[in-house]
Ligand binder design. Structure first.
Ligand code: SF4
Length: 395
């Protein structure tokens, strides 16, 4: 297909596709799906080889959010039966992080619900970062605390944070449809603040909220413009008790097309499959590794993922390798520009986190689950283990 040859050539040259080309990827038929995956896989392999970077989420503060992001199980008015707790102490967070690192993760993503941190919250998170880095010198730490005020990104950087996540989530045109308590411009501003402070920027999207193809392309092009080092792609988990509970409109094939489009538009960027991986890709998860070079290990913020052991087996079975702490994630030109933040031993979650915020989640696949598309509430399990509980984490 001429389209795919063109996109591979552009991807290898880091050249931006046209909007029409990106839209055409989303419009491909199931007959062409493997060709699309093969083409985007060439671009992925060129920049990232067969390495899969593992990230591990630690939900520092769960639920109780005053914002109204309609996709989020932690939102104001959510009746989803998620865990609700206030700030973990640094030693508790460090303990949770250690489990993920022992499981093979190289980045820990520290996420807290809320509009944004107070200066006291930044102190808490700074203490947590220090506690984690005392035990694990080489770990990359990404903070995801919502909208940042002036000076907060610099303070997090000084405390040892390597990266900051704040997702755009959807197109500027549709942003007001999913949230009324802050704006798209607020989100862009926080990504700029993270960049300006020398933090590696992580910013991504949520697919499956009823958006048009044009909106998906808009947000991915906007992300390319912002130039984050990593782009988490969340697939909406329609939590019961949230306004988007009925938005079951993704198929595994659609998810692969979206990931391929993101790879073509952001060829040399860490593309991470975030929340919704197990729920929406299901048995096609291994194919998605040919498109994304990063996933979350184990559980999500408010929902459970497949067992960490199953993540590792899937990576090995599909012929990929877990990226080591001593390997550089990003291509040399990008790692140098990131000032080491994403370099060796050093980089982003899924919840991209605030974006996928509470949404990110998934569950073990039930053996008797139906194979067809449509609502798969059977695959959504609220997280009941790990951070904020007495039970061992999944890592
Ligand atoms: S995404 Fe973040 S800001 Fe929005 S409701 Fe969820 S926790 Fe609050």
């Amino acid at each position: 297909m001429d389209l795919l040859n063109t996109l591979v050539d552009k991807g290898l040259r880091r050249e931006t596709p046209t909007r029409e080309e990106a839209l055409a990827v989303l419009a491909t038929s199931d007959d062409d799906l493997l060709d699309v995956v093969t083409a985007a896989a060439k671009v992925r392999r060129h920049w990232f080889g067969r390495r899969v970077k593992l990230n591990y989420l630690v939900n520092l503060k769960s639920g109780l959010c005053p914002e109204d992001c309609s996709y989020c199980s932690q939102r104001l008015g959510s009746t989803a039966g998620i865990l609700k707790y206030t700030w973990l102490k640094p030693d508790q967070a460090s303990e949770a992080a250690a489990a993920g690192l022992a499981g093979g993760a190289k980045r820990v993503c520290l996420v807290a619900s809320g509009r944004g941190p107070t200066d006291r919250d930044v102190d808490r998170v700074s203490d947590t970062i220090k506690a984690i880095k005392e035990r694990h010198e080489d770990v990359e730490v990404c903070a995801c605390l919502g909208l940042l005020s002036d000076g907060q990104a610099e303070r997090l950087r000084a405390a040892g944070a390597d990266a900051y996540n704040h997702n755009l989530n959807t197109s500027e045109a549709t942003y007001g449809d999913i949230t009324s308590t802050h704006t798209y411009a607020d989100r862009v501003d926080t990504v700029h603040k993270a960049h300006a402070a020398g933090l590696s920027a992580c910013s991504g999207l949520i697919a499956g909220m009823g958006e048009r193809d044009e909106d998906l392309v808009d947000v991915v092009f906007a992300l390319r413009e912002l130039d984050p080092d990593s782009v988490p792609v969340n697939f909406l988990i329609p939590f019961e008790g949230t306004p988007l509970a009925k938005e079951w409109n993704l198929t595994p094939q659609r998810c692969l097309r979206i990931l391929a489009m993101v790879r073509f538009v952001c060829p040399d960027v860490e593309v991470r499959i975030a929340g919704g991986r197990e729920v929406h890709l299901r048995s096609l998860q291994p194919l998605a590794l040919h498109l994304a070079n990063s996933i979350f290990l184990g559980d999500y913020l408010t929902s459970e993922g497949q067992a960490g052991k199953a993540d590792l087996e899937m990576i090995a079975d599909a012929g990929f390798e877990v990226e080591g702490a001593d390997e550089v994630t990003l291509p040399a030109h990008r790692a140098a520009a990131a000032g080491g933040g994403c370099g060796p031993g050093a980089e982003q979650a899924g919840c991209g986190s605030h974006a996928g915020g509470g949404v990110c989640g998934t569950a073990p696949v039930a053996a008797d689950a139906p194979a067809s598309a449509g609502p798969r509430t059977d695959l959504v399990a609220v997280r009941r283990r790990g951070a904020g509980t007495d039970l061992a984490p999944n890592a």
